[in-house]
Design a protein around this ligand. Sequence first.
Ligand code: ATP
Length: 229
Amino acid sequence: MTALLQLEDLHVFYGASQALDGVTLQVDEGQAVALMGRNGMGKTTTISAACRMLPLRKGRVIFAGQDISNWPSFRAARLGIGLVPEGRRCFPNLTVRENLIAAARPGRWDMAQVQRLFPRLRERADQYAVSLSGGEQQMLAIGRALMTNPRLLILDEATEGLAPVIRREIWAAITRLRGDGLSILLVDKTLSEILPFADASVILDRGHVIWQGAPDGLTADLQHRYLGV
Ligand code: ATP
């Protein structure tokens, strides 16, 4: 398999406090990788470092064979890293359509494709993003990331706090994207949803990768010790 994203020995600090202490992981082309761990273990920091939103004290970020360790985040995005951030940041005072157009870059994903994936975004096209429900805002956040035509889609807790029916809709959409061959790196805490979906999982504990492998190797003991299950 060809590596798409390689994080090598990442060390990241917030001021004097160390958040990542040598994180190494890889996402191959077409692979879905789940990043797991309890609160505060470094999942969001790992994602932010991959998107080049945080400076590295040490280590490298390689994307599609290029060393992007010193690139600004907009260049990383342009190269094909599409982020759906925690908290689904959309422009509240733009309509759904305007939010999508603002993110658009040429490629396979356009407004019609996104609306096909999430029909609610077609129904709500002229509504302001601020008036959407939490689940609809999450769909819009995913739609915006797709409009950039990424090679890698990164999702940070895409279904957190959403009602079960909406969670199912979002998982169904992400599963379709994966079936289409899109590479995905995602953070999620609901094991029953993430494990059937992922090809590989990585557990972070205090800024370290303490385990990685196929999801069926995630024993009850590991789940208990590192995921608080
Ligand atoms: P959660 O599941 O709660 O989102 P996480 O695994 O994503 O947690 P991070 O948000 O990456 O964890 O945080 C890793 C560590 O870095 C934590 O100890 C956290 O308190 C700290 N941290 C995160 N963001 C900042 C910041 N902006 N300034 C200072 N410390 C931070």
